[in-house]
Design a protein around this ligand. Structure first.
Ligand SMILES: [Zn+2]
Length: 217
């Protein structure tokens, strides 16, 4: 048992990449593309292209790419705010996808009982509240909501770091980073909050989905 203050040593060469079973075969339930639900996207693309195709969530791909960057922490959450709110999780150096690649659906955690309806069928989800604040132009409030979700993750998983990314965050990176930091600090949580800036984290991760095994990662 680890004592207070002892941290697990980050693994420098995270086990990547290819999970015990391949990332995915087809589209999930899909609140955005319902007509695609259950469609064997991977197999169909592979057949048409004549090339191997890997299918995964954008957040899982980004988390993989970030885990393979130098000096990546052993456990972190990549929190992505774009057209939706999702998370890619890395625990013990390896991406956590869940059995159906559905882990990390932070956006659909209910934080307001009987709140506004969400596309997932629930109400008061983090995603619908956060995007509504963005639409109103209230970035500080959006960051506070995002920070609440990040704090829930830190408390649930005891992760080393929170990394923020996605189109909406990167349009006002410091506002979001500072707002999320404020929530965590106010709750006495010490996990640092960073930004996945620079290269496109999702595109880079998607490339690693294919290339990681080639490079033995
Ligand atoms: Zn929802």
């Amino acid at each position: 048992m680890r004592g207070r203050g002892e941290r697990r040593r980050p693994r420098r060469r995270p086990r990547h990449a290819r999970p015990a079973r391949p990332p995915g075969r087809g589209a999930g339930p899909g609140d955005r593309l319902p007509a695609w639900a259950g469609h064997p996207v991977r197999d169909e693309l592979a057949a048409r292209l004549g090339l191997p195709v890997v299918l995964d969530k954008d957040t899982n791909a980004a988390a993989l790419g970030l885990a393979l960057r130098p000096a990546a922490p052993g456990s972190f959450a990549y929190v992505h705010l774009g057209t939706g709110l999702g998370v890619g999780l890395v625990l013990g150096g390896a991406p956590l996808r869940g059995d159906r690649t559905g882990a990390g659906e932070l956006g659909h955690q209910t934080v307001q009982l009987d709140g506004p309806p969400c596309g997932c069928g629930g109400r008061g989800c983090l995603e619908v509240l956060c995007l509504a604040a963005v639409t109103r132009g209230e970035l500080a409030e959006a960051a506070r909501i995002l920070g609440t979700g990040a704090a829930n993750l830190v408390r649930l998983l005891d992760i080393d770091q929170v990394l923020l990314g996605g189109r909406v965050v990167l349009a006002a990176p410091e506002a979001f980073a500072e707002g999320v930091r404020e929530v965590l600090t106010g709750l006495g949580l010490t996990a640092p909050v960073g930004l996945a800036t620079g290269r496109d984290a999702v595109a880079e991760g998607a490339a690693w989905l294919t290339l990681a095994p080639v490079f033995g990662k």
